[in-house]
Design a protein around this ligand. Structure first.
Ligand SMILES: NC(=O)c1ccc[n+]([C@@H]2O[C@H](COP(=O)([O-])OP(=O)(O)OC[C@H]3O[C@@H](n4cnc5c(N)ncnc54)[C@H](OP(=O)(O)O)[C@@H]3O)[C@@H](O)[C@H]2O)c1
Length: 321
């Protein structure tokens, strides 16, 4: 047996249970990992609440880092004692978790479990957004939201490294300071942000918006774009965007709209390795700062969810078993 957080049915953070569960057995292509740290992501809250339908009961969590304690017979490239991390696991809110070996990343020497659990999901998301969904060029101007959040702080750093001008939104002074420290050129509050973006861009609008806030910002984000700009809706921290009239893209300037998800940007082992190597490399050479804003004991996952959903977190939220 081991301890895990279990979601028995859809509900609020109070639904989470800290329970004894059976220790899983690795299949032929799987690793059994002793979890050292778990990354909390907004998707965990969508799955807990039923916004994304799940089969209940389930153990949440797709991002974690830890040490391999057993490897399936057909596993190549990983062995007992190796330190691994992933953005694509399952059942990570636990003392032990199974991991398909083809979704495992080697953790470089010198990187702690906390950092290795903080980087994969939000880091690979920021990486695919700026390199693949809309490949940003030096000199372009970008709007992002929640600039002091987990994805937000990483996005700004990757965008500045590409030579873009970054405009971002935040809700508090403390978050503004963090967004500026990450390199944001202009930090706005949400109210009236579209008009302020127009002013900052001399009336032109931005080349791309990366919007993970969703319902509350979607319309303003569209209004912030230049003609033929791209709207990248990648999440709904404020709620999901309701059905959309495609004709609006015409009226607002022949805009492009996409709704990406990380799964489709990790299609091959090469793609996964490219993104992970660049991110862990940037951490190692000091050009990417992974800010862990708050750490909770795993048993207190409910409080972590309350704080994430209540806008009380900055950077990454990590759980320690
Ligand atoms: N599509 C993908 O592949 C993918 C992958 C990873 C994450 N995501 C999405 O990226 C977004 C950010 O995820 P994250 O884990 O990095 O979270 P986060 O940005 O650390 O936290 C969410 C932030 O959103 C802002 N926000 C604005 N309105 C909000 C509201 N009504 N309720 C709650 N928060 C609100 C808050 O910052 P302020 O207080 O400054 O407004 C809050 O801190 C989420 O929508 C997530 O689903 C998508």
């Amino acid at each position: 047996m081991h301890k895990a957080i279990v979601v028995p049915s859809p509900g609020g953070p109070e639904i989470l249970r800290w329970e004894d569960v059976d220790l899983p057995e690795p299949g032929p292509n799987q690793l059994l990992v002793r979890v050292g740290a778990v990354g909390v992501n907004f998707i965990d809250t969508y799955q807990r609440s039923g916004v994304y339908p799940m089969k209940y009961p389930f153990i949440p969590g797709s991002e974690f880092a830890g040490t391999v304690v057993a490897a399936g017979l057909q596993v190549r490239g990983f062995a007992e004692g190796d330190r691994v991390a992933t953005a694509e696991g399952g059942g990570a809110y636990a003392e032990y978790a199974l991991l398909d070996a083809d979704k495992a990343l080697h953790v470089p020497h010198g990187v702690s479990d906390e950092t290795a659990a903080a980087l994969p999901l939000q880091g690979m998301t920021a990486h695919y957004l700026v390199n693949s969904t809309f490949p940003v060029q030096a000199g372009q101007t970008v709007l992002t939201h929640a600039g002091a959040g987990g994805v937000g702080l990483l996005l700004t750093q990757l965008l500045k490294a590409k030579g873009a001008t970054v405009i971002t939104t935040v809700s508090t002074d403390e978050k503004e300071q963090l967004a500026r420290a990450a390199g944001a050129d202009h930090v706005l509050r949400y109210e009236g942000f579209a008009e302020q973006v127009r002013e900052l861009t001399g009336g032109a609008g931005v080349d791309v918006v990366y919007d993970g806030v969703g319902k509350a910002t979607f319309d303003g984000s569209l209004e912030s774009l230049r003609a033929r700009g791209m709207m990248v809706l990648f999440g709904g921290a404020s709620g999901q965007v309701p059905p959309f009239d495609i004709q609006r893209l015409n009226a607002l300037g022949s805009l492009f709209l996409t709704r990406p998800t990380i799964r489709d940007y990790l299609l091959t082992p090469e793609e996964r390795r490219w993104r992970a190597d660049e991110l862990f490399g940037a951490v190692a050479d000091g050009t990417l700062d992974v800010r862990i804003g708050q750490t909770y004991p795993l048993a207190e996952a409910a409080q972590a969810h309350r704080d994430l959903e209540g806008r009380r977190t900055t950077g990454k939220v990590v759980l320690i078993p």
